[in-house]
Design a protein around this ligand. Structure first.
Ligand SMILES: [Zn+2]
Length: 86
């Protein structure tokens, strides 16, 4: 269950299996399959339900074509994970 805290409404999936291009510092990096969720009150959309593994990675033969046709792009920086708070 996913809710939009601003509206207090339960969001629902409006499109399954959208393709999401993940970039690292602006460079295409991975392609994911995810679901597009939408708030019924305000129409705000979020991406969720990402697959456990990417659909394609940058070294795959079909990566360039998949990246070009991706529905959405999200940025992600590589680096050390945040340190746990004591
Ligand atoms: Zn809303």
């Amino acid at each position: 269950m996913i809710a939009h805290p601003t509206c207090g409404a339960l969001m629902s999936v409006c499109k399954n299996s959208v393709s999401v291009l993940q970039t690292d510092c602006g460079t295409p990096y991975r392609i994911w399959s995810a679901d597009l969720w939408e708030c019924p009150d305000c129409g705000e959309q979020i991406l969720g339900g990402f697959g456990r593994t990417p659909v394609a990675e940058r070294w795959d033969d079909d990566f360039a074509a998949l990246a070009k046709s991706a529905d959405y792009t999200v940025a992600w920086r590589l680096g050390a994970p945040p340190k746990a708070q004591p």
